[in-house]
Write a new protein. Sequence first.
Length: 491
Amino acid sequence: MGSVHGRVLPAADSRLVLRSRLGAITLVLLCGVQFLDIVDSAIVNVALPSIQHSLGFSQQNLQWVASGYILTYGGFLLLGGRLADLLGRRRMLLTGLAVFAVSSLTAGLANDAGLLVAARLVQGVGAALMAPAALSELTASFREGKDRNTALGVWGAVSGMAAAAGVFLGGVISQGPGWRWIFFVNPPVCVAVAAGALALLASDRGSRAEGTAFDSQGAALVTGGMLLLVYGLVRAPVVGWGSAQTIGVLAGSAVVMVVFAFYQLRCRNPLVPFAVLRVKGLAAADLTQLIAFTGFFSMFFYATLYMQEVLHYSPLKAGAAYLPITAGFAVAGGMASQLVTRIGTRPVVVAGCLIAGAGIYLVSRVPLHGSYVSDLLPGFVVMALGAGSVFVSVTAAANAGVPSDKAGLAAGLLNSSQQVGSALGLAVLSAVAITRTNNLIAGHASHLVAADAGYHRALLAGSILMAGAAVLALRIGNTRQAAPLVMVSAE
């Protein structure tokens, strides 16, 4: 046993176990970071009308209250993950918490539209520093096998639960104390998490050798490329897929990322060592999650529109409709983490994608004036059980065999797949919905019928994407407790 600043730490060759008090508290702390990050992706959606009325947003600029956070969160994730490896996981977690807290306070106090959008952009940067640091800390802290699989399972389940809880909490807060409290609740939570991190997590120096130059050119290229990619996907539904802006931005992103790749291959100390992609199944797991989130995102976005625009649910009622989904994710997380140790990750991911796709398909078949209990709820529950299993098992698959000094990079890749998948889902499925709606309006259908048909067509496309994710999942590694994790050199 050793100590750091008076705290007793496990020996260098030992890891935390979940049945210990320290292990359980550490898991709650780290999953709390992920919950905070994902909740803030969704919590503002139902509060947008109140924000627009309060600060005088134009309809065109209002989307940036939500999209600004996604833009910088997705754009800076790879950089944030690698910084956690190089400079230390706890250091980057605390830095991210500080940025997130200050920007949240600024957002809550904002008295004009520009300041709120700027605060949301900075808030996304803070989240991009926090999330990969917390996931890599979790991977490095728990013993390989059942304890780590269970911890990663809880992490994956929390991701889905937070997406559903964000919609509910947004409705509760915006109809209660007001939209500003969506942001005001974050600083005290960040302070509590930071205090817990200082008390529970060991200070690590990171893997950057003293005197080694930081790859600032690589950092600028990868961040710029990711920002252009997410920006292009976020703007595509507004300006059109065939517009010069969309084509130019996405082409620019591709060029920057190609330049980045060539630069990393020639750099002596690359920011992103591509050898980490040789870890069996890592790339397939990330791609599976990207496509799964593309389909999964359609459920929340278009089901919410259906409930509010067609069924005329209040924001609070629409948010409360998702509570069974959070319960479904909790149940699925517990089941999937146990199944992973018995049959491995691959069959759990494949089955979960197919089950989630079936749930989204059920929602796509809801009639124009459907009821919640008989029409929406069955699909919600089926989707939650499937998607919860996917995010639990794909998280375990993506982190298996990754050396500890590259855990932050692996976490950044996995979290990037979430954000790019969400942005891609909104862009692609919005085009599907709008096309269907416009075609029906051209045929003299009522606006309500046409909009409803567009929502349902997008949900159908989402279910097909989940089936596609199941096919991709056949290529991921089949990690289980009995199989030793093969560590590879990523230098």
